[in-house]
Design a protein around this ligand. Structure first.
Ligand SMILES: *Cc1c(COP(=O)(O)O)cnc(C)c1O
Length: 424
């Protein structure tokens, strides 16, 4: 469910006309709905009510400070994958003791930052990382709370590029090595083993592979306890899918929560969850303006002012985004089939192939739906385009929560080398 609806013939976000935002902010830009973010956070929180649970929102899906602050107010914790995300989460008011730190390549500097902040847990992904964390924590005279991320060898996820829990994926410790690594962890100074962690992929609509992975983790937890490890938490990652098309029907959060309650019952652990997309995905859209129509021998091109640098999901994962005109087409409006493309000099700068839409003219605005997750966070300045702005709507008001940089700001970090500017 989301708060993007047609009102009086124009697509609105909550009470704000998207045409007005496009006029004032310019396109391309992202627009997020506070009410949708809050709704999603509450749906998940209430699905897990009664379970000892930490909802650690996955910052990588959308790390905008306005979005993070909205979720911080709802009591969300955070799952971060870099020192930068850790600082963003804390800046938005998420307490360090509700933050978990995932990722295969944490640097010693990032570990130090997180230890000094006093985060809830490190999700460690290799033996080498565990040893490095032991050194850093020992140097600081502290203990790092650790869960080891295990790879349960279960395939899941909406696309091969977003599956993470299969043998051969770079994520997690191979299943057969996990118990040996826990044994080593117990001997290392500065390491306090607290849990087990798993995250098998993203855009998973089917609970069957999730359940299979979680059951393996529960079995491992019991074996680890038998071996004398104090396992008081299990982190089950994120990955719950969302509808991108009208007839997509991913498992609802209530079923997901019931499955987890069933699998973890009697274990007496804190369950940590790292939802990202399911909170932010349908809470955002990207607005764009049609630049040109270009006739082609096969499908005509619709050339728009947004590029793959602004919304990379179609180029990166073949992802589908519904495209809606901001001004609603009348009942008998002409339909046309387009390849919808951006201005970037890459053939993968294509948002949709042979997509039937209402006929669009230059100057008309469109919205890419379900663009709140893995949208703006993946944007870049490729082709020297300014970073795409972000807008947060709250009821009938909106604020630009990341503005479009000026050209001078874009080049401010660069310089011409001294040898080219110094006169002989
Ligand atoms: C990306 C990621 C998530 C969030 O995944 P979603 O599909 O957005 O819910 C959670 N945990 C880890 C470790 C991740 O890498």
């Amino acid at each position: 469910m989301h708060h993007f609806t047609y009102q009086d013939g124009c697509l609105h976000c909550e009470g704000v006309n998207l045409e007005q935002i496009a006029d004032e902010v310019g396109t391309p830009c992202y627009v997020y709905s506070s009410a949708t973010l809050v709704r999603h956070a509450r749906v998940i929180a209430s699905a897990f009510e009664g379970q000892d649970c930490l909802i650690a929102y996955s910052v990588k899906s959308n790390g905008n400070l306005g979005v993070l602050s909205t979720l911080a107010q709802e009591g969300c914790g955070a799952d971060v994958v870099s020192g930068g995300e850790l600082q963003r989460a804390m800046r938005a008011g998420i307490p360090a003791d509700r933050i978990v730190f995932s990722g295969v390549g944490k640097t010693a500097e990032e570990m130090r930052l997180a230890l000094q902040a006093g985060i809830h847990q490190f999700n460690v992904e290799s033996a080498a990382e565990l040893r490095r964390l032991s050194e850093v924590a020992t140097m600081l005279g502290t203990d790092a709370p650790v869960a080891i991320r295990v790879n349960p060898d279960v395939a899941a996820g909406g696309h091969p590029n977003i599956s993470t829990g299969k043998k051969g994926d770079k994520f997690g410790v191979p299943w057969s090595d996990a118990e040996d690594l826990y044994a080593e962890a117990a001997t290392l100074p500065g390491i306090k083993v607290v849990g087990v962690d798993v995250h098998i992929g993203s855009q998973i609509g089917d609970l069957v592979p999730m359940r299979a992975a979680f059951e393996k983790v529960v079995g491992l937890t019991k074996r680890l306890r038998d071996a004398g490890h104090e396992i008081s938490r299990i982190d089950l990652g994120g990955g719950l899918g969302i509808p991108y098309k009208e007839d997509d029907a991913p498992a609802p959060p209530s079923d997901y929560a019931a499955m987890i309650a069933d699998v973890t019952q009697d274990l007496g652990v804190q369950v940590i969850l790292e939802p990202g997309r399911v909170i932010t995905g349908n809470a955002g859209v990207m607005l764009s303006t049609v630049l040109y129509e270009k006739a082609a021998p096969e499908t005509d091109f619709l050339i728009i002012d947004a590029g793959m640098n602004d919304l990379m999901r179609p180029a990166l994962y073949d992802a589908h985004h519904d495209i809606l005109p901001i001004k609603q087409a009348g009942a008998g409006a002409e339909r046309k089939t387009y390849d919808v493309v951006g201005p970037i000099c890459e053939s993968t700068d294509k948002f949709a192939k042979a997509r039937e839409l209402t006929a669009l003219r230059p100057g008309q605005r469109i919205a890419f739906m379900s663009a709140g997750a893995y949208g703006a966070v993946l944007s870049s300045t490729y082709n020297a385009r300014p970073l795409v702005p972000e807008v947060l709507v709250n009821g009938s008001s909106f604020d630009v929560v990341r503005r479009r940089p000026e050209f001078e700001e874009m080049i401010a970090l660069e310089k011409v080398p001294d040898w080219l500017t110094q006169k002989a």
